[in-house]
Design a binder for this molecule. Structure first.
Ligand code: 13P
Length: 248
């Protein structure tokens, strides 16, 4: 059985003061939760997450990592630096990084390998734009994104991967994929995973992301191939985030 994972993606939000309130609020509400819960914070706040969350049921991680191990890469952060702060997760290939930083599928695949080699869990994002959906290309687009990732991966490592389906048109827009629309894509992604390793595909978690909120989380999370959520806006409010956690 797949254990559901609810992960907050704080994006470029927060402050020491606001994070302290948010983390304390989430931690306080977590006790009876049986699903896995984490927050991915801006890198400068990972030390704060480590200090606040060590020993708690709430995990933490980063929103990106460098392809390189170390060296003259100004502004970059390596996976060993994330390990110094006991990160468990790294979001990779978010559509905002693809759009604003020109990240390619090949780069995302290399980052995924670094993260897996370091023993952390990559949460790799795929998803189509509105124009791609409206022109009937959803399956081809997410399929091609997955193909590059899976070609780079050892079949035996498949279970170390978490995939996030994030339709670009649903991110931060308040427009959510219907549960049926999301399930259809999740099933396509699961079939791709099964082509790589039929035995391990059933254990890989596929998260949905894109305007997941307390009022739509339950029906999305009830779909057979939706194994959790990657939460943006609603992850910045402890009550909303906890409501999603409790739906899972
Ligand atoms: P929203 O939940 O704000 O739509 O963001 C989703 C997202 O991009 C999570 O990575």
């Amino acid at each position: 059985m797949r254990r559901k994972l609810i992960c907050g993606n704080w994006k470029m939000n927060g402050s020491l003061a606001a994070n302290a309130v948010l983390l304390a609020g989430i931690k306080a509400g977590l006790s009876q939760s049986s699903c896995e819960v984490a927050v991915c914070a801006p890198a400068v706040y990972l030390a704060q997450c480590q200090a606040a969350l060590t020993g708690s049921a709430l995990g933490w991680g980063a929103q990106d990592v460098s392809i390189h191990a170390s060296g003259a890469y100004t502004g970059e952060i390596s996976v060993s630096m994330l390990q110094d702060f006991a990160c468990k997760y790294v979001i990779l290939g978010h559509s905002e990084r693809r759009a604003y930083h020109g990240e390619t599928d090949a780069q995302v695949a290399l980052k995924m390998l670094r993260v897996i080699q370091a023993g952390l869990t990559p949460i790799v994002c795929v998803g189509e734009t509105l124009a791609e959906r409206e022109s009937g290309q959803t399956q081809a687009v997410v399929g091609a994104q997955m193909d590059v990732l899976l070609a780079a991966l050892d079949a035996a490592d498949l279970a170390k991967l978490v995939v996030a389906y994030e339709p670009v048109w649903a991110i931060g827009t308040g427009k959510t994929a219907t549960p049926e629309m999301a399930q259809e894509v999740h099933a396509i992604l699961r079939a791709k995973l099964a082509q790589k390793n039929a035995k391990l595909a059933p254990v890989v978690r596929i998260l949905y992301g894109g305007s997941m909120k307390p009022d739509n989380a339950q029906e999305l999370l009830a779909m057979p191939d939706i194994d959790g959520g990657l939460i943006g806006g609603a992850a910045l409010n402890p009550a909303d985030f906890l409501a999603i956690v409790h739906s899972a």
